[in-house]
Design a protein around this ligand. Sequence first.
Ligand SMILES: *[C@@H]1O[C@H](CO)[C@@H](O)[C@H](O)[C@H]1NC(C)=O
Ligand SMILES: *[C@@H]1O[C@H](CO)[C@@H](O)[C@H](O)[C@H]1NC(C)=O
Ligand SMILES: *[C@@H]1O[C@H](CO)[C@@H](O)[C@H](O)[C@H]1NC(C)=O
Ligand SMILES: *[C@@H]1O[C@H](CO)[C@@H](O)[C@H](O)[C@H]1NC(C)=O
Ligand SMILES: *[C@@H]1O[C@H](CO)[C@@H](O)[C@H](O)[C@H]1NC(C)=O
Ligand SMILES: *[C@@H]1O[C@H](CO)[C@@H](O)[C@H](O)[C@H]1NC(C)=O
Ligand SMILES: *[C@@H]1O[C@H](CO)[C@@H](O)[C@H](O)[C@H]1NC(C)=O
Ligand SMILES: *[C@@H]1O[C@H](CO)[C@@H](O)[C@H](O)[C@H]1NC(C)=O
Ligand SMILES: *[C@@H]1O[C@H](CO)[C@@H](O)[C@H](O)[C@H]1NC(C)=O
Length: 654
Amino acid sequence: MNHPHISPKFIQLLTFSAFLALLPWDLAYADPPYSFCPNTSNYTDGDQFQKNLNDVLHFLTSNASASKFYDSSTGNGTDHVYGAHMCLNYITNETCRDCIATAAQDILQVCPNTREAVVWEEVCQLRYSNQNFFGQVNVTGNIGLDNQQNISQPEQFKSVVKETLNNLTTEASAFNLSAKLMYATGEAAFEDKTIYALVQCTRDLSGDGCNSCLQTAITDVLNCCYFSIGARLLSRSCYLRYELYSFYGDASKSPSSTNDQGASGGKKMRTIITLMVVSACFALVLFASFIYCLVKKKAIKRVREGISRQANTRSDAGFPRIDLASIQAATDNFSDSNKLGEGGFGPVYKGILSDGKEVAVKRLSCCSEQGSEEFTNEVLLIMRLQHKNLVKLLGFCIDGEEKLLVYEFMPNRSLDVFLFDRSRRAQMDWNKRVNIIGGIARGVLYLHEDSRLRIIHRDLKASNVLLDYDLNPKIADFGMARIFAGTEGEANTAKIAGTFGYMAPEYAMQGTYSIKSDVFSFGVLLIEIITGRRNVGFHRTKRAPSLVAFAWTLWNEGNHVLELMDPMLKEESCSPDEFLRYLHIGLLCVQEDANERPTMSSVVVMLKSDSTTTSLCQPQQPAFSVGRFTDHYETSSPGFLSVNDLSISNVGPR
Ligand SMILES: *[C@@H]1O[C@H](CO)[C@@H](O)[C@H](O)[C@H]1NC(C)=O
Ligand SMILES: *[C@@H]1O[C@H](CO)[C@@H](O)[C@H](O)[C@H]1NC(C)=O
Ligand SMILES: *[C@@H]1O[C@H](CO)[C@@H](O)[C@H](O)[C@H]1NC(C)=O
Ligand SMILES: *[C@@H]1O[C@H](CO)[C@@H](O)[C@H](O)[C@H]1NC(C)=O
Ligand SMILES: *[C@@H]1O[C@H](CO)[C@@H](O)[C@H](O)[C@H]1NC(C)=O
Ligand SMILES: *[C@@H]1O[C@H](CO)[C@@H](O)[C@H](O)[C@H]1NC(C)=O
Ligand SMILES: *[C@@H]1O[C@H](CO)[C@@H](O)[C@H](O)[C@H]1NC(C)=O
Ligand SMILES: *[C@@H]1O[C@H](CO)[C@@H](O)[C@H](O)[C@H]1NC(C)=O
Ligand SMILES: *[C@@H]1O[C@H](CO)[C@@H](O)[C@H](O)[C@H]1NC(C)=O
């Protein structure tokens, strides 16, 4: 059943790991968020301004995955709120969405109740004001950030940096259609090194506005960070940065050498380690690409044969086939207005069948061969499965190039839509969350143990949990599941196609997956649900490269562990003991050692038990996000404890 097959996702993952390995340089910078909160008038909780602000932040967050820049305004008179976001042009849509979601949370925390605010995260910025700022440049409050390593000949270095930035400014502000991105990157040689630079303006500016914003930024950055080998300048309508390594796009361009003068021994060590990791990752990427090319042809052929066999035998399985014409009619010929979203291997449309039934139709991208295998798999598997916490497959259609799956329609979309949106999350009180967690657990348990087949989901995450009218969870997307024969409990695959942040370490690194890999993903999901935060994109401090790492650190320190509770739960009936019990179960599920993780049936029992009657065993160190470099903690600075240093015996709150 399992043929070796390396997906492009795997290669992306490796590239991403290589990118993450570059982080140690970035960590020479202070931690985001950086903010500017002018001391203007304040709004009060519950007033119209706050409502309008929430709307604007919601609009910006929901548009961030589709656009690197967006502005929005709402309200009248003194309650008018103007807002805008900008993501650096080189990041992906998903990273942009996650970054803006983080920024929208941060902006309310770092600038509480102010009628004007700006926050900058690692790769994006978000601002709002009661004044209309669209198209205007205001350089008050510019922030310069220094890479903290000195260059040996600042004078010569700065003249090259300045010329490069000036050239890029001209390029970015050349106001014509092809330059509408208002973004430019470039390289320049300095001695034996390469300077990499980036400039970007918010797209509401005119060419002149962009030019004037960047000119001030250049002056400011040369002032603030004269000696530095790298720096960033954060302005409200523009951004610039330069470094001696490629920080945008191509992660394989690591520096040939970095400047040694003034760099501490620790930094040199980190550089060496990072270079090693980058090289290793790069070699892996090359190897994976090679294998991928080798295997792809065979795999495609096999899948094609599989599908035609499938199509021929399907009719006698007594399974409802739906013809293409009915589906086209139901979805208004796959019109954009009916599109619900983009799944792992194609778009999902809302449809209304001729009998009035609302359905969701998953359409395998017509021309991409990748995904066909998952498609066949999904049809085969789902038709055998019936559980109230699994999304129901109503029918399917294979017609030439078209391959379609028809599911029951879920009006409340997916869990991530609810969980990572402040206004919707407010509807999820503690009891609803307990119900969702329990439902997911029972659904996964059914897959693992109770169905006739043993199925490992392998891509359990918030966006694969759909919600019905009453917010009951239904697990979707079995595309990556595999059928296991009888007692076989673990398998090895060269194809790694999960989702960053939810993947168990043994799966992401060795391709070994078992039911315990799903338990890991479930643990991440549980912690996200009770904290209201995403595991990935969580980069609040150096101590907490991910939500799981942060949770582990607080758990060990004990006294601040309740800080993890979603603030929206504090106001109502969630008891601290209940919260701690759930967090405890979550941490047991994300333990690094797969053997230590509980099975799904124990999880279901633990979730049900009364906290007073059961004592859970203590969790051991969790695995942090794959590819994350845990060696970058500033062990030299007091107060920053390396996560690796944490003693396993020192566990448990209190
Ligand atoms: C902020 O403004 C208020 C009212 O104008 C003033 O009383 C307060 O001192 C200001 N605070 C700072 C830090 O400037
Ligand atoms: C607004 O609130 C902030 C923080 O609560 C406070 O520091 C500031 O002085 C307030 N400004 C005004 C004008 O009241
Ligand atoms: C931006 O968000 C709003 C509200 O969610 C939505 O109506 C609009 O279509 C979005 N625009 C884009 C370009 O996605
Ligand atoms: C990102 O969003 C842009 C704008 O909507 C779109 O053109 C592009 O295809 C998206 N990219 C990906 C990888 O989804
Ligand atoms: C703005 O004012 C108009 C007319 O007074 C009103 O209908 C509308 O609801 C107001 N909009 C907001 C967002 O307050
Ligand atoms: C620039 O922004 C500051 C603070 O937001 C504000 O006080 C000032 O009036 C603005 N300047 C201009 C020219 O708009
Ligand atoms: C800047 O642009 C000028 C004119 O196009 C070019 O001669 C010069 O080499 C450029 N400088 C850098 C550092 O790229
Ligand atoms: C438009 O912008 C591009 C990219 O910066 C530039 O190469 C081109 O010369 C510009 N065209 C005009 C007419 O200015
Ligand atoms: C960099 O050089 C400046 C000026 O000589 C000095 O004040 C600063 O301490 C140096 N920083 C480092 C990290 O060596």
